[in-house]
Design a protein around this ligand. Structure first.
Ligand code: ASP
Length: 587
């Protein structure tokens, strides 16, 4: 080995030892008589020290040519530093250099290799190999590695087998578009890249593997959204001879294990919430439960609640739903702040028509933006329903039920942020269960599987398959942490007839179903065990553990928001000969 130590491991107990270090020049401080170099490698930074009067000429010459990111090898004696640096583990020591070797020079990097860099996103992505030298990015990948190891440990301890499934396959319906790969050997035919290993893991259950997992790349050609990667990693899992309860317990155990091992946090047991309750209380199937601020109905037709109609306020009279949240201590919001909040809610990204508000004054009276229509008695009723106290602010939206809930959900999150209730060091975990099996698409008038077509309806709802698809609930569940869907899955259909029926409901003709999923239906005729599973988004999980929103820093070589890798310049065109060989005619 070229070195005896790394740049992160020398301590005061090594005083007097001769050591050799290799690494990159972080900084050179040349004060003439004394020269210091900060030497960096993956493990840390060690200060090198050179005294002009004692160093030989050759070495001095070399030192004075060194620039940032040059790669050097230095041998010298460990000594105690005069000015200690408490911020780094090697801060008590320095190495008095006796021999210095240049291993490689470096061009001036296009951005500073510091924790806080001057490099913008684009340049960092173009020179990702330099970006990866920075502590925060490297630490993110170290965290990812640790989590992956802990996942494997837990899964192995529970008898799960890690099995690889193919990447060149055919379509799996997870609701996104497939990436396809043309086949040279079979002109005009294509492979699809897996959106998930869903069908393969189910086949492994038919094969008797019983407990499977895989940390696996998945590919989805979805419309671009901030921080969404066309290829991403799942922790994909499946089990046989289980019920929903077993899956919830097993994978709650996994997340508890990860928090314990990497954060020393005990999460306890995860609460469960039905999809219906999540929609009712938070207007979201992934509520951020770090804070309350639950929805209070002022008018909900299907629940026969109405505290607002019949007072000549046309907006509320016409609305299907009127809901509010109570923002504690916000009665002092100025007119300007309220206008700004209203505008925020009306942005096209959210699209609300407006915001009604009411303040609970110091004397207990309620002042609202709709005082024209509602008297003190009416408003006091609202305040009571919302358990509001002096100094609170009521924020109220209306509209058709879905929209009102969506608007208020956004507003609730925004108020949570403004009030500092979404602390990154706090973790609030829950299972959302009993998802509807189907959703109706207004545009094409068709029913779609809310999870995927292999998800089993709840046995007690199966009779509704013939009468009321909207009311059928599925044995499907999501794990939500701090308002982020971290994982989700379902108990699967393992009965051929039911699976065939499901495809029919979802608009597949028997021929289409046969063509696309015949293999699975065939497998179900050879003793398919009851089974179910789930998948976690590994990149997202890493970013949650890392306490940042962006998943990109937890991926060594990510794509940018336009789905491009600007470092290797991909996607890119291929040449005529390749196209011809693949039988593709693009002109
Ligand atoms: N394959 C599903 C997904 O990617 C997860 C599962 O149902 O296990 O969301």
């Amino acid at each position: 080995m070229l070195r005896t130590h790394t740049a992160g491991e020398i301590r005061i107990s090594d005083n007097g030892k001769i050591v050799t270090l290799c690494g990159w020049v972080q900084t050179v401080r040349d004060k003439g008589a004394l020269i210091w170099i900060d030497l960096r490698d993956r493990y840390g930074v060690t200060q090198l020290f050179i005294e002009e009067s004692k160093a030989d000429k050759e070495m001095l010459k070399l030192v004075r040519t060194l620039g940032r990111e040059f790669v050097i090898k230095a041998t010298g004696t460990v000594g105690e530093r005069k000015a200690k640096n408490e911020k780094i583990a090697t801060g008590d020591v320095e190495v008095l250099v006796e021999k210095l070797e240049l291993l490689n020079a470096s061009k001036l990097p296009p951005f500073t290799i510091e924790d806080e860099t001057d490099g913008g996103d684009d340049i960092r992505m173009k020179y990702r190999y330099l970006d990866l030298r920075r502590n925060p990015v490297r630490n993110a990948l170290i965290l990812r590695h640790k989590l992956a190891q802990e996942i494997r440990k837990y899964m192995d301890s529970k008898d799960f087998l890690e099995v690889e499934t193919p990447v060149l396959i055919k379509s799996t319906p997870e609701g996104a578009r497939d990436f396809v790969v043309p086949s040279r050997m079979h002109p005009g035919e294509f492979y699809a890249l897996p959106q998930s290993p869903q069908t393969f893991k189910q086949l492994l259950m038919v094969s008797g593997f019983d407990r499977y997992f895989q940390i696996v790349k998945c590919f989805r050609d979805e419309d671009l959204r901030a921080d969404r990667q066309p290829e991403f990693t799942q922790i994909d899992c499946e089990m046989s001879f289980i019920e929903q309860e077993d899956i919830l317990n097993m994978f709650e155990g996994l997340i508890v294990h990860l928090f314990k091992q990497t954060k020393s946090i005990d999460l306890g047991t995860f609460p469960r919430m039905t999809y219906a309750d999540a929609a009712r209380l938070y207007g979201s199937d992934k509520p951020d439960t770090r804070f309350g601020m639950e929805f209070v109905p002022l008018k909900v037709k299907k629940e026969n609640i109405d505290l607002v109609s019949g007072k000549d306020f046309a907006v509320f009279d016409a609305a299907e739903t009127v809901l509010g949240i109570c923002a504690k201590g916000c009665a002092n919001y100025t007119r300007k702040q309220m206008d700004e909040l209203t505008e925020w809610l009306k942005r096209p990204q959210i699209g609300a028509k407006g915001l009604i508000y009411a303040r609970i004054e110091e004397d207990g009276s309620v002042k609202s933006s709709v005082d024209k229509f509602y008297n003190q008695d009416d408003l006091q009723k609202w305040a009571k329903a919302m358990k509001a106290e002096k100094g609170d602010l009521l924020l109220i939206v209306s509209g058709d039920d879905n929209k009102a809930r969506k608007f208020l959900s956004e507003l609730r999150l925004e108020m949570g942020t403004r009030l500092g209730l979404r602390d990154r060091s706090k973790f609030s975990v829950l299972w959302v269960v009993d998802f509807p099996a189907f959703e109706h698409n207004e545009e094409d008038g068709r029913w779609y599987a809310m999870h995927h077509p292999f998800t089993s309806p709840k046995p007690e709802d199966i009779h509704l398959l013939d009468t009321d698809l909207g009311e059928v609930r599925a044995n499907a569940y999501d794990m939500v942490i701090n308002g982020v869907e971290i994982g989700g899955g379902s108990i699967r259909i393992h009965d051929r007839e039911l699976q065939a029926k499901m495809f029919g409901i979802l608009g597949f003709s028997p021929e289409e179903a046969r063509k696309q999923f015949g293999f699975l239906m065939d497998a179900f005729e050879y003793g398919a065990p009851p089974h179910g599973g789930l998948a976690f988004g590994f990149d997202r999980l890493c970013s949650l553990f890392g306490g940042v929103d962006s998943i990109r820093d937890f991926i060594a070589f990510p794509k940018n928001n336009a789905g491009k890798d600007v470092m290797i310049d991909s996607p890119s065109t291929i040449n005529e000969a390749q196209l011809k060989e693949l039988g593709i005619n693009v002109r």
